[in-house]
Write a protein that binds this ligand. Structure first.
Ligand code: BG6
Length: 484
């Protein structure tokens, strides 16, 4: 009887202390791209418009700024100068946590400088202290799509082993200097995206005639070792530090029960999960050898590497979730867009205006799947609807479509917790409007807070609350109970 009661108590929705909040990334929000000593990063080289994909995918070599192009990261939403105003608004919504990233090139402008840049450190000290003022726990990504260009030019980015040393030096400085202010860390944002968007994901620009698969998987191995070593250092510096990996999530469903579709969907999932398998379990999964063989690649793994991976797995698993995906062995099936990875169109799902398939139940499925597979705490660090907003005559922004999307996803999280999943937090993506990573648009908005800026870069940057602002405030205040 007693045991039953305990179990019953555990399945009553969001746990106490659940980390509600929102997420942004330095490269999509800060702007001030060369201020206070910051060096150029990969994202600073990616223009809005026609040439965007060419640079993002790593087809431009060597990478150069092009005259006359619009580079959205250079100003972004000017969070660098307006963070106090923005954090105040997050606090008003009741945020318990705020996810952002550190721009590596603010701390090490070239990536491998002798000494860190004190001006960069002081910016983040002030930012994290500002969060602390309101009792907001920062959740910090060390590398969110912004490798210093100095390292791209000198080493060809993550294709080279030297990057491991540069990254852990940078990570150590962050853990030491922000100790006591930051406890939750993520090493690489959407680590699996380097396979699909190599330059934006990992600073890889391909030289002519290079074997792309070889370069990508070698780079991935270097990131995995760097991530494990950073986890080690974080724990040494402060045993209270919690380090997570970060996956671009969303499962592949088989289009039909044809075993060929099921097999394909499983393998497409494995392609992404291989990273998390290594980071969470501490070793390459048994299917990795076959993958490397089929791709005809040879990854250089040094003797100590496997030991490092084994000894320093992550403490928790974080992921982004925008949509589920679908796979079919029949190549004639229609495709739709998604978060970097394209998918077969699922006839049961609606899509956003950008073709991303909307699937709240898919979030419950993903949460259950990841928890079954890894048995480590989960953290949803990105979720939301990119949509066009309209300002009404009275100045209001009635974003009911966003509320509807979030409501259904939060309900799915609650269901997953009731299923037994250990979910520790939720940060919606782009809690304040920011530059879209895929398209470079401002008009693809995710925020509870509107930012006055258009796709061409015009606007006052003024902030304005949307209808969803008060809605999310109520969600947080009720610990996820009031979703109306
Ligand atoms: C994830 C990234 O891929 O999706 C974010 O981690 C990105 O940086 C988000 O912004 C949403 O994608 P988009 O292209 O709509 O900005």
């Amino acid at each position: 009887m007693k045991i039953l009661e305990v179990i019953k108590e555990k399945v009553m929705g969001f746990p106490k202390g659940f980390l509600w909040g929102g997420a942004i990334a330095a490269n999509q929000a800060e702007g001030a791209y060369l201020e206070d000593g910051k060096g150029l990063t990969t994202v600073d080289m990616i223009p809005h418009g026609e040439k965007r994909m060419y640079v993002k995918l790593g087809d431009m070599y060597p990478v150069k700024l092009i005259d006359g192009e619009n580079y959205p990261s250079h100003e972004a939403i000017d969070f660098y100068h307006r963070y106090q105003e923005d954090i105040k608004l997050f606090a008003e919504m009741g945020f318990k946590t705020f996810r952002t990233s550190i721009a590596w090139a603010r701390i090490f402008p070239h990536g491998d400088d002798e000494q860190p840049n004190e001006a960069g450190i002081s910016f983040y000290l002030d930012l994290f202290k500002e969060c602390q003022k309101y009792g907001i726990e920062p959740l910090v990504t060390l590398c969110h799509f912004d490798v210093p260009m100095g390292l791209v030019e000198k080493y060809g980015s993550w294709r080279s082993r030297e990057m491991i040393e540069c990254f852990i030096r940078y990570a150590r400085v962050c853990f030491e200097r922000f100790d006591g202010l930051v406890k939750y860390w993520l090493t690489f944002n959407e680590i699996n995206i380097l396979l699909h968007s190599p330059f934006s994901g990992a600073g890889i620009a391909f030289k002519p005639d290079e074997n792309h698969e070889q370069v990508k998987y070698q780079a991935a191995h270097h990131e995995l070792v760097a991530s494990a070593l950073a986890t080690k250092i974080a724990h040494e510096i402060n045993p209270l530090n919690r380090v997570g990996c970060m996956l671009a999530g969303g499962q592949f469903y088989p289009y039909s029960c044809d075993p060929k579709d099921v097999w394909l969907a499983m393998n497409k999932d494995r392609e992404n999960l291989m990273f998390i398998d290594v980071q969470a379990r501490g070793y390459y999964p048994s299917y990795a050898k076959k993958v490397f063989k089929e791709k005809d690649i040879n990854i250089e793994i040094q003797t100590d590497d496997l030991e490092i991976l084994k000894k320093y797995p992550v403490d928790f698993i974080s992921f982004s979730y925008y949509q589920s995906r679908c796979a079919s062995a029949d190549p004639s099936r229609g495709m739709t867009d998604g978060n970097v990875v394209k998918s077969v169109k699922n006839p049961y799902l609606e899509t956003s205006d950008w073709g991303w398939q909307i699937d709240p139940l898919g979030l419950r499925i993903t949460l259950n799947y990841l928890y079954d597979r890894y048995q480590k705490p989960l953290f949803i660090v990105e979720n939301g609807l990119g949509a066009k907003d309209t300002i009404e005559e009275d100045g209001s922004i009635l974003d009911d479509y966003r509320i509807d999307y979030l409501r259904k996803h939060i309900k799915a999280m609650k269901d997953a917790i009731d299923d037994g999943v250990d979910l520790i937090g939720y940060t919606t993506w782009g809690c304040i409007d920011l530059v879209a990573a895929s398209t470079g648009e401002m008009s693809k908005r995710y925020g509870f807070i509107y930012v006055d800026k258009d796709d061409q870069g015009n606007g006052t940057l003024e902030r304005r609350k949307k209808k969803s602002f008060n809605w999310y405030k109520q969600v947080i205040a009720s610990n996820g109970e009031r979703l109306d």
